[in-house]
Ligand binder design. Sequence first.
Ligand code: ZN
Ligand code: ZN
Length: 137
Amino acid sequence: MDMANVESLQELLDTPISLPLQVDLRYNVAVCTECCTGVAFDWMQSHLRNKHGIRKRLDVVMEHLNIEGPTLSSTEVKAWMSEVWVLPNAIKGVPVRAGIACKECQHSAPDITSMMVHFSNRHPDLKTKDNMMKCNI
Ligand SMILES: [Zn+2]
Ligand SMILES: [Zn+2]
């Protein structure tokens, strides 16, 4: 798929760059900090455009994320989410509902119990209460 040339040159000139995307380096997955969901490498541009009205060339997005190679693809992200994440309902077109997210790695969970499990597995040295925030899942 030719992703790099989809956007026009005009959009390249857009500055400054402010994107709600981050990369979780542990999993090599792009995460949308506004939606609290994993975003596959091949979905990044359309996610930014459709969800946030942001049009950026893929290489600009990659530069923002400070990555040189692709993060997880949609197939890999699906496998990753079924293991690591609660599936973001937004992707299936189901209305988002309130959940909680881990400030440390943006992992999201539907309730505090799942989040406590997440903390004991991933961040045993951090307090769940102090390191979570509300989000939509
Ligand atoms: Zn988003
Ligand atoms: Zn976490």
